[in-house]
Design a protein around this ligand. Structure first.
Ligand SMILES: [Zn+2]
Length: 78
């Protein structure tokens, strides 16, 4: 088994790891509702992609949340 000949310093280790971190995702605004969404992905808030409805998001919500969403979407359209 290969064994390291010399100890690497903390500085060297930390320098190696300075590029290891999570990047913030790039977000774009949904053209339908204005929520922040990942690019090239269906908006999970209104279910639209490229101006077309592709997902029925209101179906799985409870009554109260559904009413709120419907109202928001209606306000955006007018
Ligand atoms: Zn949307």
């Amino acid at each position: 088994m290969a064994v390291p000949k010399q100890k690497h310093t903390k500085s060297r280790r930390n320098k190696r790891r300075m590029h290891i971190f999570l990047k913030e995702p790039t977000l774009t605004k949904c053209s339908q509702c204005g929520h922040l969404v990942l690019p090239h992905r269906v908006c999970s808030y209104c279910g639209y992609y490229k101006g077309k409805k592709v997902l029925e998001v209101l179906e799985k919500l409870d009554k109260k949340e559904k009413k709120k969403r419907e109202k928001e979407i209606r306000e955006k359209e007018t």
